[in-house]
Design a protein around this ligand. Structure first.
Ligand code: GRF
Length: 208
């Protein structure tokens, strides 16, 4: 069983896709052991509670020093003794110490086809605003392993999504979530949990 901690900051629709996948059996061998948010108001925490999953908030606002918050966040993760950490709409920089301890055991879902529209400053609606401004015809979502950069780790899976005439950032975000994020994040969890993913020299291999 892959003990998984999911880190969230907002609505938790990606978390919900994973919860539903486990419930429907499309994700196997995964147990979400804790959901952690930096945002006390995150609806994702409510989704966790409704699913009977331990929900913990570690808010930077409650610590005078950034380092104190990072230590508290580290503790909240380590206490759960996860095999995998999933960043699902998590808007906090991960402490380098955690990335070192969990090399190739932290994955992130990003709402574009990395390397496009990724890196510092590209999150949430900003990603889709940039895609529309550039006029791309295809965008999508990416699941990647987390390294010490921003959206720069080994890519595990991507799903393309067409941009349509008249799209607003909100319409495009919804399509990318529905057609890409909520599809590939559950798939990636199931692949990892069933031993089908390896990372070699920064390249991800999925075995049959
Ligand atoms: C969304 O913009 C999603 O693309 C990104 O994080 C944001 C919140 O997602 N991954 P969620 O509804 O909290 O999962």
């Amino acid at each position: 069983m892959l003990k998984t901690v999911v880190c969230v900051s907002g609505g938790g629709t990606n978390l919900q896709a994973v919860i539903d996948g486990i419930g429907q059996g499309t994700i196997t061998n995964v147990k979400i052991v804790r959901v952690i948010s930096n945002n006390r108001k995150a609806y994702a925490l409510e989704r966790a509670k409704q699913a009977g999953i331990e929900a913990v908030c570690v808010s930077p606002k409650e610590y005078e020093e950034r380092a104190q918050f990072q230590q508290a966040f580290l503790r909240a993760v380590e206490e759960a003794e996860p095999d995998l950490i999933v960043l699902a709409g998590f808007l906090v920089v991960i402490p380098p110490e955690l990335i070192r301890r969990y090399e190739n055991r932290i994955i992130n879902i990003h709402p574009s086809l990395i390397p496009s529209f990724s890196g510092t400053g590209y999150y949430g609606l900003k990603v889709h605003e940039a895609a529309l401004a550039r006029g791309v015809k295809i965008t999508g979502a990416t699941v990647h392993f987390v390294d010490e950069g921003t959206d720069t780790g080994p890519i595990l899976m991507q799903e393309p999504v067409p941009v349509q005439e008249g799209d607003t950032p909100e319409i495009l975000q919804k399509r990318v979530m529905e057609k890409a994020e909520w599809v590939i994040l559950p798939k990636c969890l199931d692949l990892i949990a069933n031993g089908r993913v390896t990372v070699t020299d920064g390249q991800v291999h999925i075995s049959e």
